[in-house]
Design a protein around this ligand. Structure first.
Ligand SMILES: C[S@@+](CC[C@H](N)C(=O)[O-])C[C@H]1O[C@@H](n2cnc3c(N)ncnc32)[C@H](O)[C@@H]1O
Length: 179
């Protein structure tokens, strides 16, 4: 079984903005340990969180976290490759993406973003607008190593919320709202 991503600087960066911005009905894509789902569920402004991951071990860990933080009634867990089995529309979609370049299937889903680092993100950005209600936004983390360009954000209003420097890369937290 795959390991579950242990929260790092990227997770805490996203968490700060979840605390500040997120309300209503929330989708936590790639929930991992459940850090974002639990943070969102702890807010009184949030009604419901759907926590999704491709890694079944992550869903087990996230559910445990929900119980230990006593927010299990507000979070639902779903196994899915991105939006494949997701149903519904959301006010916010959170995603601390797997954003690093990787080679082949042996790489870990926690961080492997495909050959250029941006493949999973591009697929996500293409599908996300269909799952956002009117006025909804994506809150997303990616890296200067993800190989993304302005063209990858076509169709979204792009707002850079915060940037941090980590070793040889920069990590960005952005808000994306479909036009
Ligand atoms: C960088 S970790 C982030 C974990 C957690 N949200 C956090 O902030 O610490 C990326 C997560 O995305 C999940 N993931 C990767 N590819 C996915 C896909 N195609 N569909 C759903 N989840 C995916 C991984 O299993 C992993 O849990």
């Amino acid at each position: 079984m795959e390991e579950v991503y242990k929260p790092g600087e990227d997770s805490y960066l996203l968490q700060r903005w979840v605390e500040k911005l997120v309300t209503g009905n929330v989708l936590d894509m790639g929930t991992g340990s459940g850090i974002q789902a639990v943070t969102a569920a702890q807010k009184k402004e949030v009604n419901h969180v759907l926590a999704v991951d491709i890694n079944p071990a992550a869903l087990v860990a996230a559910e445990k976290g929900a119980y230990s933080n006593k927010v299990q009634d507000k979070i639902e867990f779903l196994h899915s490759d991105l939006f494949e089995t997701v149903d519904g529309v959301f006010d916010w979609i959170l995603f601390n993406t797997p954003y690093l370049p990787s080679e082949g299937d042996a790489d870990e889903a926690s961080w492997a973003g495909g050959e250029t680092g941006g493949e999973v993100i591009r697929r996500f950005l293409g599908e996300a607008p269909c799952f956002l209600g009117s006025g909804g936004s994506v809150l997303m983390i990616y890296s200067s190593l993800s190989g993304l360009t302005d063209a990858d954000f076509n169709g979204y209003r792009f707002e850079l919320l915060e940037e941090i420097g980590l070793f040889f890369e920069k990590i960005y937290c952005v808000r994306l709202s479909p036009f």
